[in-house]
Design a protein around this ligand. Structure first.
Ligand code: ADP
Ligand code: MG
Ligand code: ZN
Length: 613
Protein backbone atom coordinates (compact mmCIF):
# COMPACT_ATOMS: atom_id res chain seq x y z
CA UNK A 1 0.00 0.00 0.00
CA UNK A 2 2.65 2.39 1.04
CA UNK A 3 4.49 1.96 -2.21
CA UNK A 4 1.48 2.96 -4.21
CA UNK A 5 0.71 6.06 -2.30
CA UNK A 6 4.04 7.69 -2.96
CA UNK A 7 3.92 7.89 -6.74
CA UNK A 8 0.23 8.76 -6.76
CA UNK A 9 0.63 11.71 -4.49
CA UNK A 10 3.62 13.00 -6.35
CA UNK A 11 1.73 12.68 -9.62
CA UNK A 12 -0.94 15.02 -8.33
CA UNK A 13 1.77 17.26 -7.02
CA UNK A 14 3.40 17.51 -10.41
CA UNK A 15 0.17 18.20 -12.18
CA UNK A 16 -0.58 21.00 -9.75
CA UNK A 17 2.90 22.37 -10.22
CA UNK A 18 2.57 22.46 -13.98
CA UNK A 19 -0.81 24.15 -13.68
CA UNK A 20 0.63 26.82 -11.41
CA UNK A 21 3.49 27.41 -13.80
CA UNK A 22 1.12 27.78 -16.74
CA UNK A 23 -1.11 30.21 -14.89
CA UNK A 24 1.89 32.19 -13.83
CA UNK A 25 3.12 32.35 -17.40
CA UNK A 26 -0.18 33.56 -18.80
CA UNK A 27 -1.09 36.09 -16.19
CA UNK A 28 2.20 37.48 -15.12
CA UNK A 29 5.02 36.84 -17.49
CA UNK A 30 3.28 37.31 -20.82
CA UNK A 31 1.41 40.47 -19.91
CA UNK A 32 4.53 41.85 -18.38
CA UNK A 33 6.53 41.03 -21.47
CA UNK A 34 4.03 42.57 -23.82
CA UNK A 35 2.94 45.60 -21.83
CA UNK A 36 5.99 47.06 -20.31
CA UNK A 37 6.31 49.29 -23.39
CA UNK A 38 3.19 51.37 -22.69
CA UNK A 39 3.58 54.21 -20.29
CA UNK A 40 0.94 56.50 -18.86
CA UNK A 41 1.70 60.13 -18.99
CA UNK A 42 -0.03 63.51 -18.62
CA UNK A 43 -1.39 65.77 -21.31
CA UNK A 44 1.35 68.34 -20.75
CA UNK A 45 4.00 65.85 -21.64
CA UNK A 46 2.05 65.03 -24.75
CA UNK A 47 1.95 68.68 -25.74
CA UNK A 48 5.62 69.04 -24.99
CA UNK A 49 6.46 66.12 -27.24
CA UNK A 50 4.27 67.64 -29.92
CA UNK A 51 5.98 71.01 -29.70
CA UNK A 52 9.38 69.40 -29.88
CA UNK A 53 8.23 67.54 -32.99
CA UNK A 54 9.02 64.20 -31.42
CA UNK A 55 5.81 62.36 -32.18
CA UNK A 56 5.63 59.83 -34.92
CA UNK A 57 2.16 58.34 -34.74
CA UNK A 58 -0.97 59.15 -32.88
CA UNK A 59 -4.33 57.53 -32.26
CA UNK A 60 -7.07 59.69 -30.89
CA UNK A 61 -9.85 57.84 -29.15
CA UNK A 62 -12.86 59.17 -27.27
CA UNK A 63 -11.22 59.56 -23.93
CA UNK A 64 -7.67 58.60 -24.61
CA UNK A 65 -4.80 59.52 -26.85
CA UNK A 66 -2.12 57.00 -27.60
CA UNK A 67 1.06 58.12 -29.26
CA UNK A 68 4.36 56.83 -30.33
CA UNK A 69 7.44 58.99 -30.19
CA UNK A 70 10.13 59.00 -32.81
CA UNK A 71 12.36 57.05 -30.48
CA UNK A 72 9.78 54.28 -30.48
CA UNK A 73 8.28 54.83 -27.07
CA UNK A 74 4.55 54.41 -26.63
CA UNK A 75 2.47 56.50 -24.25
CA UNK A 76 -1.15 57.01 -23.40
CA UNK A 77 -2.74 60.04 -21.92
CA UNK A 78 -6.26 61.24 -21.22
CA UNK A 79 -8.02 63.12 -24.06
CA UNK A 80 -8.73 66.86 -23.60
CA UNK A 81 -11.29 68.89 -25.53
CA UNK A 82 -8.72 70.44 -27.78
CA UNK A 83 -10.23 71.64 -31.09
CA UNK A 84 -7.01 72.59 -32.63
CA UNK A 85 -5.18 69.42 -31.97
CA UNK A 86 -5.88 67.73 -35.25
CA UNK A 87 -4.52 70.63 -37.25
CA UNK A 88 -1.44 70.93 -35.15
CA UNK A 89 -0.77 67.26 -35.52
CA UNK A 90 -1.10 67.50 -39.25
CA UNK A 91 1.27 70.41 -39.33
CA UNK A 92 3.85 68.27 -37.65
CA UNK A 93 3.27 65.47 -40.16
CA UNK A 94 2.25 63.03 -37.51
CA UNK A 95 0.78 59.89 -38.91
CA UNK A 96 -2.70 59.01 -37.78
CA UNK A 97 -2.62 55.35 -37.17
CA UNK A 98 -3.39 52.70 -34.60
CA UNK A 99 -0.78 52.86 -31.97
CA UNK A 100 0.05 49.50 -30.57
CA UNK A 101 2.74 48.59 -28.18
CA UNK A 102 5.73 47.17 -29.88
CA UNK A 103 4.91 43.63 -30.85
CA UNK A 104 6.95 40.51 -30.67
CA UNK A 105 7.51 38.93 -34.00
CA UNK A 106 4.78 36.39 -34.80
CA UNK A 107 7.31 33.63 -34.49
CA UNK A 108 8.27 34.61 -30.98
CA UNK A 109 4.64 34.98 -30.08
CA UNK A 110 3.82 31.56 -31.42
CA UNK A 111 6.70 30.15 -29.50
CA UNK A 112 5.67 31.81 -26.29
CA UNK A 113 2.03 30.88 -26.42
CA UNK A 114 2.23 27.37 -27.89
CA UNK A 115 5.62 25.75 -28.01
CA UNK A 116 6.86 26.91 -24.66
CA UNK A 117 3.93 25.59 -22.61
CA UNK A 118 4.06 22.37 -24.56
CA UNK A 119 7.72 21.95 -23.82
CA UNK A 120 6.99 22.60 -20.19
CA UNK A 121 4.39 19.85 -20.18
CA UNK A 122 6.68 17.35 -21.83
CA UNK A 123 9.49 18.17 -19.47
CA UNK A 124 7.31 17.80 -16.44
CA UNK A 125 5.78 14.62 -17.82
CA UNK A 126 9.23 13.16 -18.25
CA UNK A 127 10.18 14.13 -14.75
CA UNK A 128 7.09 12.52 -13.34
CA UNK A 129 7.55 9.37 -15.39
CA UNK A 130 11.15 9.04 -14.36
CA UNK A 131 10.22 9.56 -10.78
CA UNK A 132 7.45 6.97 -10.94
CA UNK A 133 9.61 4.38 -12.65
CA UNK A 134 12.24 4.69 -10.01
CA UNK A 135 9.62 4.35 -7.32
CA UNK A 136 8.13 1.28 -8.91
CA UNK A 137 11.52 -0.31 -9.08
CA UNK A 138 11.09 -0.77 -12.81
CA UNK A 139 14.57 0.57 -12.97
CA UNK A 140 16.31 2.18 -15.82
CA UNK A 141 15.02 -0.37 -18.30
CA UNK A 142 11.59 1.08 -18.21
CA UNK A 143 12.82 4.59 -18.70
CA UNK A 144 15.16 4.23 -21.57
CA UNK A 145 12.42 4.50 -24.13
CA UNK A 146 13.83 3.35 -27.39
CA UNK A 147 17.21 2.61 -26.02
CA UNK A 148 18.70 -0.80 -25.60
CA UNK A 149 20.23 -1.75 -22.34
CA UNK A 150 23.07 -3.65 -23.88
CA UNK A 151 25.87 -3.34 -21.45
CA UNK A 152 29.15 -2.49 -22.98
CA UNK A 153 31.72 -4.88 -21.62
CA UNK A 154 35.35 -4.19 -22.02
CA UNK A 155 38.15 -6.52 -21.18
CA UNK A 156 38.77 -4.93 -17.84
CA UNK A 157 35.16 -5.38 -16.83
CA UNK A 158 34.68 -9.04 -17.56
CA UNK A 159 38.14 -9.79 -16.26
CA UNK A 160 37.96 -13.27 -17.75
CA UNK A 161 40.25 -14.83 -20.28
CA UNK A 162 40.54 -18.19 -21.97
CA UNK A 163 42.79 -19.30 -19.11
CA UNK A 164 39.79 -19.22 -16.82
CA UNK A 165 38.01 -21.76 -18.96
CA UNK A 166 39.34 -25.26 -18.51
CA UNK A 167 38.69 -28.02 -20.98
CA UNK A 168 36.38 -26.98 -23.82
CA UNK A 169 39.39 -26.82 -26.13
CA UNK A 170 37.35 -27.10 -29.31
CA UNK A 171 35.07 -24.28 -28.25
CA UNK A 172 38.03 -22.13 -27.32
CA UNK A 173 39.65 -22.80 -30.66
CA UNK A 174 36.57 -21.86 -32.61
CA UNK A 175 36.14 -18.72 -30.55
CA UNK A 176 39.75 -17.65 -30.74
CA UNK A 177 39.39 -17.65 -34.50
CA UNK A 178 36.67 -15.08 -34.09
CA UNK A 179 38.81 -13.07 -31.69
CA UNK A 180 41.63 -13.16 -34.19
CA UNK A 181 39.33 -11.97 -36.93
CA UNK A 182 38.23 -9.01 -34.86
CA UNK A 183 41.83 -8.07 -34.14
CA UNK A 184 42.92 -8.39 -37.69
CA UNK A 185 40.11 -8.37 -40.23
CA UNK A 186 42.43 -7.51 -43.13
CA UNK A 187 44.16 -10.86 -42.87
CA UNK A 188 40.89 -12.54 -43.69
CA UNK A 189 39.63 -10.14 -46.31
CA UNK A 190 42.93 -10.36 -48.22
CA UNK A 191 42.33 -14.01 -48.93
CA UNK A 192 38.67 -13.39 -49.47
CA UNK A 193 37.47 -15.40 -46.52
CA UNK A 194 34.23 -14.31 -44.98
CA UNK A 195 33.90 -14.74 -41.25
CA UNK A 196 30.66 -16.14 -39.94
CA UNK A 197 28.42 -13.41 -38.61
CA UNK A 198 27.10 -15.56 -35.82
CA UNK A 199 28.16 -18.43 -33.62
CA UNK A 200 25.91 -20.38 -31.34
CA UNK A 201 27.22 -21.87 -28.10
CA UNK A 202 25.19 -24.97 -27.40
CA UNK A 203 25.32 -27.17 -24.34
CA UNK A 204 23.80 -28.20 -21.03
CA UNK A 205 23.50 -25.68 -18.20
CA UNK A 206 26.62 -24.89 -16.22
CA UNK A 207 29.12 -25.97 -18.84
CA UNK A 208 30.62 -22.52 -19.22
CA UNK A 209 28.81 -20.92 -22.14
CA UNK A 210 28.41 -17.57 -20.48
CA UNK A 211 31.91 -17.89 -19.11
CA UNK A 212 33.30 -18.53 -22.59
CA UNK A 213 31.55 -15.47 -23.94
CA UNK A 214 33.01 -13.37 -21.15
CA UNK A 215 36.42 -14.82 -21.89
CA UNK A 216 36.00 -13.85 -25.52
CA UNK A 217 35.23 -10.32 -24.38
CA UNK A 218 38.37 -10.35 -22.29
CA UNK A 219 40.49 -11.67 -25.11
CA UNK A 220 38.99 -9.67 -27.92
CA UNK A 221 39.84 -6.19 -26.77
CA UNK A 222 36.86 -4.85 -28.70
CA UNK A 223 33.57 -3.52 -27.40
CA UNK A 224 31.36 -6.29 -26.13
CA UNK A 225 27.60 -5.92 -25.98
CA UNK A 226 25.90 -8.43 -23.80
CA UNK A 227 22.20 -8.92 -23.33
CA UNK A 228 20.09 -11.79 -22.12
CA UNK A 229 17.26 -13.04 -24.26
CA UNK A 230 14.78 -12.64 -21.48
CA UNK A 231 15.60 -8.95 -21.26
CA UNK A 232 14.16 -8.51 -24.72
CA UNK A 233 10.76 -9.69 -23.71
CA UNK A 234 9.93 -7.35 -20.93
CA UNK A 235 7.49 -5.07 -19.21
CA UNK A 236 6.63 -2.96 -22.20
CA UNK A 237 4.77 -4.73 -24.92
CA UNK A 238 6.24 -4.22 -28.32
CA UNK A 239 9.64 -3.16 -27.07
CA UNK A 240 11.47 -6.31 -28.07
CA UNK A 241 11.89 -5.50 -31.74
CA UNK A 242 12.93 -1.93 -31.01
CA UNK A 243 15.47 -3.21 -28.55
CA UNK A 244 17.01 -5.49 -31.13
CA UNK A 245 17.14 -2.60 -33.55
CA UNK A 246 18.87 -0.34 -31.06
CA UNK A 247 21.29 -3.00 -29.96
CA UNK A 248 22.45 -3.55 -33.50
CA UNK A 249 22.55 0.14 -34.23
CA UNK A 250 24.91 0.62 -31.33
CA UNK A 251 26.93 -2.37 -32.42
CA UNK A 252 27.27 -1.11 -35.97
CA UNK A 253 28.56 2.19 -34.70
CA UNK A 254 31.15 0.47 -32.56
CA UNK A 255 32.29 -2.16 -35.09
CA UNK A 256 34.43 -4.19 -34.88
CA UNK A 257 32.69 -5.58 -31.85
CA UNK A 258 30.92 -8.58 -30.38
CA UNK A 259 27.26 -8.87 -29.55
CA UNK A 260 26.42 -11.62 -27.08
CA UNK A 261 22.85 -12.80 -26.63
CA UNK A 262 22.58 -15.17 -23.68
CA UNK A 263 19.68 -17.64 -23.44
CA UNK A 264 18.67 -16.89 -27.00
CA UNK A 265 15.97 -19.56 -26.91
CA UNK A 266 13.70 -17.16 -25.04
CA UNK A 267 13.34 -15.12 -28.21
CA UNK A 268 14.50 -17.58 -30.83
CA UNK A 269 11.86 -20.26 -30.35
CA UNK A 270 10.32 -21.78 -33.41
CA UNK A 271 7.62 -19.61 -34.82
CA UNK A 272 4.51 -21.71 -34.70
CA UNK A 273 1.64 -21.54 -37.15
CA UNK A 274 -0.79 -21.24 -34.28
CA UNK A 275 -3.15 -18.32 -34.52
CA UNK A 276 -2.70 -15.73 -31.83
CA UNK A 277 0.77 -16.95 -30.96
CA UNK A 278 3.23 -14.82 -29.13
CA UNK A 279 3.34 -11.90 -31.53
CA UNK A 280 5.72 -9.95 -29.41
CA UNK A 281 8.31 -12.67 -29.45
CA UNK A 282 7.90 -13.34 -33.13
CA UNK A 283 8.41 -9.70 -33.95
CA UNK A 284 11.53 -9.65 -31.87
CA UNK A 285 12.81 -12.72 -33.63
CA UNK A 286 11.98 -11.31 -37.05
CA UNK A 287 13.83 -8.15 -36.21
CA UNK A 288 16.82 -10.19 -35.13
CA UNK A 289 16.77 -12.11 -38.40
CA UNK A 290 16.56 -8.89 -40.37
CA UNK A 291 19.39 -7.29 -38.47
CA UNK A 292 21.64 -10.27 -38.94
CA UNK A 293 20.97 -10.18 -42.66
CA UNK A 294 21.92 -6.53 -42.69
CA UNK A 295 25.56 -7.25 -41.93
CA UNK A 296 28.16 -7.73 -44.45
CA UNK A 297 30.98 -9.94 -43.31
CA UNK A 298 33.68 -7.32 -43.55
CA UNK A 299 32.03 -4.95 -41.12
CA UNK A 300 33.32 -6.84 -38.11
CA UNK A 301 30.26 -7.36 -35.99
CA UNK A 302 30.17 -10.90 -34.65
CA UNK A 303 27.08 -12.16 -32.90
CA UNK A 304 27.53 -14.84 -30.25
CA UNK A 305 24.59 -16.54 -28.65
CA UNK A 306 24.19 -19.23 -26.04
CA UNK A 307 21.41 -21.72 -25.51
CA UNK A 308 20.72 -25.06 -23.92
CA UNK A 309 17.71 -25.73 -26.08
CA UNK A 310 19.05 -25.82 -29.62
CA UNK A 311 16.24 -28.04 -30.86
CA UNK A 312 13.67 -25.41 -30.04
CA UNK A 313 15.38 -22.70 -32.07
CA UNK A 314 13.79 -21.41 -35.22
CA UNK A 315 15.29 -22.91 -38.35
CA UNK A 316 15.69 -19.48 -39.87
CA UNK A 317 18.16 -18.54 -37.16
CA UNK A 318 20.41 -21.43 -38.02
CA UNK A 319 20.75 -20.96 -41.72
CA UNK A 320 24.06 -19.78 -43.22
CA UNK A 321 24.63 -16.08 -42.78
CA UNK A 322 23.09 -16.09 -39.36
CA UNK A 323 24.09 -18.49 -36.60
CA UNK A 324 25.66 -20.83 -39.04
CA UNK A 325 28.46 -21.85 -36.75
CA UNK A 326 27.51 -24.08 -33.89
CA UNK A 327 29.97 -24.50 -31.06
CA UNK A 328 29.17 -27.43 -28.79
CA UNK A 329 29.95 -26.85 -25.14
CA UNK A 330 29.44 -30.32 -23.72
CA UNK A 331 29.77 -31.69 -20.22
CA UNK A 332 33.48 -32.03 -19.45
CA UNK A 333 35.24 -35.36 -19.82
CA UNK A 334 37.62 -36.81 -17.23
CA UNK A 335 40.55 -34.64 -18.22
CA UNK A 336 38.30 -31.62 -18.53
CA UNK A 337 36.89 -32.14 -15.05
CA UNK A 338 40.36 -32.46 -13.57
CA UNK A 339 41.40 -29.21 -15.27
CA UNK A 340 38.28 -27.38 -14.17
CA UNK A 341 38.88 -28.48 -10.57
CA UNK A 342 42.42 -27.15 -10.80
CA UNK A 343 41.34 -23.83 -12.33
CA UNK A 344 39.01 -23.27 -9.43
CA UNK A 345 41.65 -24.00 -6.80
CA UNK A 346 43.34 -20.78 -7.86
CA UNK A 347 43.35 -18.64 -4.75
CA UNK A 348 42.20 -21.50 -2.52
CA UNK A 349 44.57 -22.99 0.03
CA UNK A 350 44.79 -26.64 -0.98
CA UNK A 351 46.75 -29.51 0.55
CA UNK A 352 49.76 -30.60 -1.48
CA UNK A 353 48.77 -34.20 -2.03
CA UNK A 354 45.28 -33.90 -3.42
CA UNK A 355 44.28 -36.49 -5.98
CA UNK A 356 42.29 -34.40 -8.42
CA UNK A 357 42.06 -37.32 -10.77
CA UNK A 358 40.12 -39.32 -8.20
CA UNK A 359 37.68 -36.45 -7.64
CA UNK A 360 37.29 -36.08 -11.38
CA UNK A 361 36.59 -39.81 -11.72
CA UNK A 362 34.00 -39.61 -8.98
CA UNK A 363 32.14 -36.82 -10.69
CA UNK A 364 31.27 -38.25 -14.08
CA UNK A 365 28.39 -36.37 -15.62
CA UNK A 366 28.77 -33.20 -13.60
CA UNK A 367 29.12 -29.77 -15.14
CA UNK A 368 31.77 -27.12 -14.68
CA UNK A 369 29.45 -25.24 -12.37
CA UNK A 370 29.11 -28.33 -10.15
CA UNK A 371 32.87 -28.73 -10.01
CA UNK A 372 33.39 -25.10 -9.08
CA UNK A 373 30.83 -25.70 -6.38
CA UNK A 374 32.66 -28.80 -5.13
CA UNK A 375 35.87 -26.84 -4.56
CA UNK A 376 33.98 -24.13 -2.77
CA UNK A 377 32.06 -26.58 -0.57
CA UNK A 378 35.36 -28.20 0.31
CA UNK A 379 36.82 -24.86 1.32
CA UNK A 380 33.74 -24.09 3.41
CA UNK A 381 34.08 -27.43 5.16
CA UNK A 382 37.74 -26.76 5.91
CA UNK A 383 36.82 -23.44 7.48
CA UNK A 384 34.05 -25.05 9.50
CA UNK A 385 36.46 -27.58 10.89
CA UNK A 386 38.99 -24.89 11.70
CA UNK A 387 41.64 -25.92 9.22
CA UNK A 388 43.68 -23.57 7.06
CA UNK A 389 43.78 -25.71 3.96
CA UNK A 390 41.45 -27.97 2.03
CA UNK A 391 42.12 -31.70 2.26
CA UNK A 392 41.25 -34.65 0.10
CA UNK A 393 38.49 -35.70 2.46
CA UNK A 394 36.95 -32.23 2.30
CA UNK A 395 36.70 -32.62 -1.44
CA UNK A 396 35.35 -36.15 -1.23
CA UNK A 397 32.70 -35.03 1.20
CA UNK A 398 31.72 -32.13 -1.00
CA UNK A 399 31.41 -34.44 -4.00
CA UNK A 400 28.80 -36.28 -1.98
CA UNK A 401 27.19 -33.01 -0.98
CA UNK A 402 26.87 -31.97 -4.59
CA UNK A 403 25.64 -35.38 -5.69
CA UNK A 404 23.45 -36.38 -2.76
CA UNK A 405 23.04 -33.33 -0.56
CA UNK A 406 24.20 -32.62 2.97
CA UNK A 407 24.39 -35.18 5.71
CA UNK A 408 21.32 -35.32 7.86
CA UNK A 409 23.16 -35.90 11.10
CA UNK A 410 20.26 -35.67 13.49
CA UNK A 411 17.67 -37.65 11.63
CA UNK A 412 16.49 -40.50 13.79
CA UNK A 413 16.31 -43.88 12.14
CA UNK A 414 15.37 -46.93 14.14
CA UNK A 415 17.88 -49.75 14.52
CA UNK A 416 15.73 -52.10 12.55
CA UNK A 417 15.52 -49.73 9.60
CA UNK A 418 19.21 -49.02 9.83
CA UNK A 419 19.82 -52.73 9.52
CA UNK A 420 17.66 -52.93 6.40
CA UNK A 421 19.45 -49.96 4.87
CA UNK A 422 22.84 -51.48 5.57
CA UNK A 423 21.93 -54.80 3.99
CA UNK A 424 20.38 -52.98 1.06
CA UNK A 425 23.56 -51.02 0.36
CA UNK A 426 25.83 -54.01 0.79
CA UNK A 427 23.52 -55.84 -1.58
CA UNK A 428 24.31 -53.26 -4.26
CA UNK A 429 28.01 -53.33 -3.48
CA UNK A 430 28.25 -57.11 -3.54
CA UNK A 431 26.56 -57.45 -6.89
CA UNK A 432 28.78 -54.69 -8.27
CA UNK A 433 31.94 -56.30 -6.93
CA UNK A 434 31.12 -59.81 -8.06
CA UNK A 435 30.51 -58.86 -11.66
CA UNK A 436 33.11 -58.16 -14.22
CA UNK A 437 32.69 -54.95 -16.30
CA UNK A 438 31.49 -53.09 -13.26
CA UNK A 439 33.14 -50.07 -11.70
CA UNK A 440 34.92 -50.73 -8.37
CA UNK A 441 33.17 -49.80 -5.16
CA UNK A 442 34.68 -46.66 -3.67
CA UNK A 443 32.56 -46.02 -0.66
CA UNK A 444 29.44 -47.27 1.06
CA UNK A 445 27.58 -45.19 3.57
CA UNK A 446 24.33 -45.29 5.48
CA UNK A 447 24.39 -41.69 6.64
CA UNK A 448 21.21 -40.14 5.29
CA UNK A 449 21.42 -37.14 3.02
CA UNK A 450 19.21 -34.13 2.47
CA UNK A 451 18.37 -35.37 -1.01
CA UNK A 452 16.39 -38.15 0.65
CA UNK A 453 18.98 -40.84 0.04
CA UNK A 454 19.18 -43.08 3.10
CA UNK A 455 22.50 -44.47 2.08
CA UNK A 456 24.39 -45.17 -1.06
CA UNK A 457 27.12 -47.08 -2.72
CA UNK A 458 29.60 -45.02 -4.64
CA UNK A 459 31.37 -46.62 -7.54
CA UNK A 460 34.26 -44.94 -9.28
CA UNK A 461 35.47 -46.24 -12.59
CA UNK A 462 39.19 -46.53 -13.24
CA UNK A 463 38.94 -44.47 -16.33
CA UNK A 464 36.20 -42.82 -18.21
CA UNK A 465 34.10 -44.85 -20.55
CA UNK A 466 32.47 -43.27 -23.52
CA UNK A 467 30.71 -46.43 -24.60
CA UNK A 468 28.48 -48.82 -22.74
CA UNK A 469 28.21 -52.38 -23.91
CA UNK A 470 25.08 -54.46 -23.61
CA UNK A 471 26.76 -56.54 -20.90
CA UNK A 472 27.72 -53.47 -18.92
CA UNK A 473 24.23 -52.08 -19.17
CA UNK A 474 22.80 -55.39 -17.97
CA UNK A 475 25.29 -55.60 -15.10
CA UNK A 476 24.37 -52.12 -14.07
CA UNK A 477 20.73 -53.09 -13.90
CA UNK A 478 21.67 -56.13 -11.83
CA UNK A 479 23.55 -53.85 -9.46
CA UNK A 480 20.47 -51.63 -9.15
CA UNK A 481 18.40 -54.64 -8.17
CA UNK A 482 20.99 -55.81 -5.62
CA UNK A 483 19.57 -53.68 -2.83
CA UNK A 484 16.10 -55.08 -3.15
CA UNK A 485 17.45 -58.64 -3.43
CA UNK A 486 19.20 -58.25 -0.08
CA UNK A 487 15.96 -57.04 1.49
CA UNK A 488 14.11 -60.03 0.12
CA UNK A 489 16.68 -62.63 1.11
CA UNK A 490 17.39 -61.40 4.61
CA UNK A 491 14.19 -59.73 5.78
CA UNK A 492 11.80 -61.49 3.49
CA UNK A 493 10.19 -58.17 2.63
CA UNK A 494 10.23 -55.33 0.12
CA UNK A 495 10.80 -51.71 1.15
CA UNK A 496 10.18 -48.36 -0.45
CA UNK A 497 13.90 -47.70 -0.18
CA UNK A 498 14.37 -49.31 -3.56
CA UNK A 499 12.17 -46.87 -5.43
CA UNK A 500 15.05 -44.88 -6.88
CA UNK A 501 16.86 -48.06 -7.92
CA UNK A 502 13.72 -49.24 -9.67
CA UNK A 503 13.39 -45.98 -11.53
CA UNK A 504 16.98 -46.02 -12.73
CA UNK A 505 16.87 -49.68 -13.69
CA UNK A 506 13.70 -49.17 -15.70
CA UNK A 507 15.09 -46.15 -17.46
CA UNK A 508 18.23 -47.96 -18.46
CA UNK A 509 16.42 -51.11 -19.57
CA UNK A 510 14.06 -49.06 -21.68
CA UNK A 511 16.88 -47.11 -23.26
CA UNK A 512 18.61 -50.39 -24.12
CA UNK A 513 15.61 -51.40 -26.16
CA UNK A 514 14.32 -48.17 -27.61
CA UNK A 515 17.49 -46.18 -28.16
CA UNK A 516 20.55 -48.41 -28.05
CA UNK A 517 19.16 -51.16 -30.24
CA UNK A 518 20.24 -53.84 -27.76
CA UNK A 519 17.19 -56.05 -27.91
CA UNK A 520 17.01 -59.02 -30.23
CA UNK A 521 13.35 -58.51 -30.87
CA UNK A 522 13.46 -54.95 -32.24
CA UNK A 523 17.04 -54.65 -33.40
CA UNK A 524 18.30 -51.34 -34.62
CA UNK A 525 15.08 -49.43 -34.66
CA UNK A 526 14.70 -46.09 -32.93
CA UNK A 527 11.55 -46.40 -30.92
CA UNK A 528 12.01 -43.26 -28.93
CA UNK A 529 12.95 -39.71 -29.72
CA UNK A 530 14.77 -37.54 -27.25
CA UNK A 531 13.90 -33.89 -27.09
CA UNK A 532 15.58 -31.31 -24.96
CA UNK A 533 18.73 -33.37 -24.70
CA UNK A 534 20.54 -30.77 -22.61
CA UNK A 535 17.82 -30.28 -20.06
CA UNK A 536 17.13 -33.68 -18.61
CA UNK A 537 16.30 -35.20 -21.96
CA UNK A 538 12.59 -35.88 -22.12
CA UNK A 539 11.93 -38.78 -24.38
CA UNK A 540 8.78 -39.79 -26.08
CA UNK A 541 7.91 -43.11 -27.63
CA UNK A 542 7.68 -43.05 -31.38
CA UNK A 543 5.99 -46.31 -32.10
CA UNK A 544 2.62 -47.98 -32.35
CA UNK A 545 0.71 -48.91 -29.21
CA UNK A 546 1.32 -52.60 -29.99
CA UNK A 547 5.06 -52.06 -30.09
CA UNK A 548 4.83 -50.04 -26.94
CA UNK A 549 3.18 -52.98 -25.21
CA UNK A 550 5.93 -55.27 -26.43
CA UNK A 551 8.57 -52.84 -25.17
CA UNK A 552 7.03 -52.96 -21.73
CA UNK A 553 7.14 -56.74 -21.75
CA UNK A 554 10.76 -56.70 -22.81
CA UNK A 555 11.70 -54.17 -20.14
CA UNK A 556 10.11 -56.43 -17.56
CA UNK A 557 11.99 -59.45 -18.81
CA UNK A 558 15.37 -57.65 -18.76
CA UNK A 559 14.84 -56.47 -15.23
CA UNK A 560 13.59 -59.86 -14.13
CA UNK A 561 16.66 -61.63 -15.39
CA UNK A 562 18.90 -58.96 -13.86
CA UNK A 563 17.10 -59.55 -10.59
CA UNK A 564 17.67 -63.27 -10.93
CA UNK A 565 21.34 -62.74 -11.54
CA UNK A 566 21.62 -60.51 -8.49
CA UNK A 567 19.77 -63.06 -6.38
CA UNK A 568 22.19 -65.73 -7.47
CA UNK A 569 25.24 -63.60 -6.67
CA UNK A 570 24.00 -62.64 -3.24
CA UNK A 571 22.84 -66.12 -2.34
CA UNK A 572 26.30 -67.37 -3.17
CA UNK A 573 27.85 -64.71 -0.96
CA UNK A 574 25.34 -64.64 1.85
CA UNK A 575 28.01 -64.90 4.57
CA UNK A 576 29.84 -61.91 3.16
CA UNK A 577 26.59 -60.03 3.04
CA UNK A 578 26.13 -60.59 6.77
CA UNK A 579 29.68 -59.76 7.66
CA UNK A 580 29.89 -56.61 5.55
CA UNK A 581 26.50 -55.36 6.67
CA UNK A 582 27.45 -55.83 10.28
CA UNK A 583 30.63 -53.88 9.69
CA UNK A 584 28.77 -51.11 7.86
CA UNK A 585 26.23 -50.86 10.67
CA UNK A 586 29.03 -50.28 13.16
CA UNK A 587 31.04 -47.88 11.03
CA UNK A 588 28.24 -46.14 9.09
CA UNK A 589 30.73 -45.52 6.31
CA UNK A 590 33.23 -47.91 4.83
CA UNK A 591 35.71 -47.36 2.08
CA UNK A 592 36.25 -49.42 -1.01
CA UNK A 593 39.46 -50.84 0.44
CA UNK A 594 37.83 -51.97 3.68
CA UNK A 595 35.07 -53.51 1.62
CA UNK A 596 37.47 -55.38 -0.64
CA UNK A 597 39.52 -56.56 2.31
CA UNK A 598 36.58 -58.23 3.96
CA UNK A 599 35.42 -59.60 0.64
CA UNK A 600 38.86 -61.00 -0.14
CA UNK A 601 39.47 -62.45 3.27
CA UNK A 602 36.26 -64.36 2.80
CA UNK A 603 37.51 -65.50 -0.58
CA UNK A 604 40.74 -66.63 0.93
CA UNK A 605 38.96 -68.48 3.69
CA UNK A 606 36.84 -70.23 1.11
CA UNK A 607 39.90 -71.07 -0.90
CA UNK A 608 41.52 -72.46 2.24
CA UNK A 609 38.47 -74.55 2.90
CA UNK A 610 38.44 -75.65 -0.70
CA UNK A 611 42.08 -76.63 -0.58
CA UNK A 612 41.60 -78.50 2.68
CA UNK A 613 38.94 -80.65 1.09
P1 ADP B 1 26.26 -21.77 -18.67
O1 ADP B 1 26.18 -20.39 -19.18
O2 ADP B 1 26.79 -22.74 -19.68
O3 ADP B 1 25.03 -22.27 -18.05
P2 ADP B 1 28.23 -20.62 -16.96
O4 ADP B 1 29.14 -20.12 -18.00
O5 ADP B 1 27.35 -19.63 -16.34
O6 ADP B 1 27.35 -21.82 -17.52
O7 ADP B 1 29.09 -21.39 -15.87
C1 ADP B 1 28.83 -21.27 -14.51
C2 ADP B 1 30.09 -21.38 -13.71
O8 ADP B 1 30.65 -22.68 -13.78
C3 ADP B 1 31.18 -20.47 -14.21
O9 ADP B 1 31.09 -19.22 -13.63
C4 ADP B 1 32.44 -21.19 -13.78
O10 ADP B 1 32.77 -20.86 -12.44
C5 ADP B 1 32.05 -22.64 -13.81
N1 ADP B 1 32.51 -23.28 -15.04
C6 ADP B 1 31.72 -23.87 -15.96
N2 ADP B 1 32.45 -24.40 -16.95
C7 ADP B 1 33.73 -24.12 -16.68
C8 ADP B 1 34.98 -24.42 -17.33
N3 ADP B 1 35.02 -25.09 -18.49
N4 ADP B 1 36.11 -23.98 -16.76
C9 ADP B 1 36.07 -23.31 -15.60
N5 ADP B 1 34.94 -23.01 -14.94
C10 ADP B 1 33.78 -23.41 -15.44
MG1 MG C 1 24.59 -19.05 -19.02
ZN1 ZN D 1 19.39 -48.92 -3.48
Amino acid sequence: MKNQKGPKRSLIFYYLLSLVILVALNFILFPALSQDEIENTDYNTFLKYLEDDKIEKVEVKNDEIAFQTKDEKVFVTGAMPDQDLTNRLREQNVVFERVKPKEFSPLVQFFLSWIFPMLMFILIGQLVARFLMRKMGGGKNAMSFGQSDAKVYVSAESGKSFDDVAGQDEAKEALSEIVDFLHNPEKYSEIGAIMPTGALLVGPPGTGKTLLAQAVAGEADVPFFSISGSEFVEMFVGRGAARVRDLFKQANEKAPCIVFIDEIDTIGKKRGGNVGGNDEREQTLNQLLTEMDGFDGSMGVVVLAATNRPDSLDEALLRPGRFDRRIPVELPDLKGREDILKVHTKGVNMDEDIDYNLIARATAGTSGADLANIINEGALRAVKEGRTSVTQSDLEESVEVVIAGYQRKNSVISDKEKRIIAYHEIGHALVAAEQRDSAPVHKITIIPRTSGALGYTMQIAEDEKVLMTKEEAFNKIATYTGGRVAEELIFNTKTSGASNDIEEATKLAKAMITRFGMSDEFGMVALETVTNQYLGGDSSLACSPETSTKIDTEVQSIIRSAHEKATEIITNNIDKLHELSQFLLEEETITGEQFMEILKSEDEKEEEIDSEK
